[in-house]
Design a protein around this ligand. Structure first.
Ligand code: R5P
Length: 283
């Protein structure tokens, strides 16, 4: 078995190779004068594990080129962050089902796909090969335990993320709840935990993705007003679009942490263990 990665998942791939106790292959990346991508593998094996997050179109092309370069091998494709997964419904007539389009393309030439906290597991049914999703809820729980949080209140930003927050909180038996939005007037909205009090608590909001951080900034301000001692945020995929990191910190969020599914300076815990377990245990 040989692990290779796109330019987008190098550190995670190295840790996955270590966990699988197999070598990490080198890949040379460059571009043609017209901007098209080129790559070349330095070695291949009968079973190739390709690790490549897909935050944008360049990353998608690089993943597809890597899969093609491995033709003839049994390929396990690991997509730690699968972009376009949030457009998993036709919200308006004439729109694509983007998650399905990407899943179909990624199914070509590979034997199986492993994702990490894909936005909605229903998207897995769009792959044309066996697909499995690994969850980092346990990793987040262990990360929080190691950090300086005294009995945090683990909050989901909405009802949809409540199950994930529950899985995080279960690791050490912390309290958990989800934020509920109440419309006070035409232009006034209140966000507060549905059942519990934030007063005096170290609140940690957990989510699959921090994109613009918009929801979190509003929630943090309101939780502080309600007397929370601190508000922090831990997500799986730190997309951090439109200056989200600075926006969150300047908006009073104590800490923003994410995993290495997208390699960021605030990647504080790794998806490697869950990816290794997924590769070893699911097929
Ligand atoms: C939405 O369904 C996701 O789980 C995240 O809550 C969302 O992507 C976060 O977006 P933003 O950071 O832009 O508020």
């Amino acid at each position: 078995m040989l692990v290779v990665s796109t330019e987008y998942s190098q550190i995670l791939a190295a840790n996955v190779a270590k966990g699988l106790d197999c070598p990490l292959g080198g890949v040379k990346f460059s571009r043609f004068p017209d901007g098209e991508q080129y790559l070349r593998l330095s070695a291949t094996d009968r079973h190739m594990v390709i690790v490549g997050s897909i935050p944008d179109a360049d990353a998608l092309v690089q993943t597809l080129l890597l899969v093609d370069a491995c033709e003839g091998a049994e390929i396990t494709l690991v997509v730690p962050y699968m972009g376009y997964a949030r457009q998993d419904k036709r919200f308006n007539e004439g729109e694509p089902l983007s998650a399905r389009a990407i899943a179909r393309v990624l199914s070509t030439g590979v034997s199986r796909v492993l994702t990490v906290n894909i936005h909605d597991r229903a998207v897995l049914s769009h792959f044309r090969v066996p697909a499995h999703d690994a969850s980092l809820a346990g990793e987040i729980g262990r990360y929080l335990e190691k950090s300086a949080f005294s009995s945090p209140l683990v909050l989901a930003p909405d009802d949809g993320a409540a199950a994930f927050a529950g899985q995080v909180a279960t690791v050490y038996g912390w309290e958990t709840d989800h934020l509920e939005k109440t419309r006070i007037s035409g232009n006034e909205v209140r966000m507060a935990p549905r059942n519990l009090e934030a007063k005096g608590r170290d609140v940690v909001i957990v989510d699959d993705i921090i994109s613009t951080g918009g929801t979190l900034v509003t929630a943090a301000a309101m939780l502080k007003e309600q007397g929370a001692r601190s508000v922090s945020s831990v997500c799986v995929h730190g997309v951090l679009a439109e200056g989200a990191y600075a926006r969150l910190l300047s908006g009073g969020v104590r800490e923003v942490a994410c995993s290495d599914t997208l390699e960021r300076a605030c990647s504080r815990y790794s998806a490697a263990g869950a990816v290794v377990d997924g590769i070893e245990g699911c097929w």
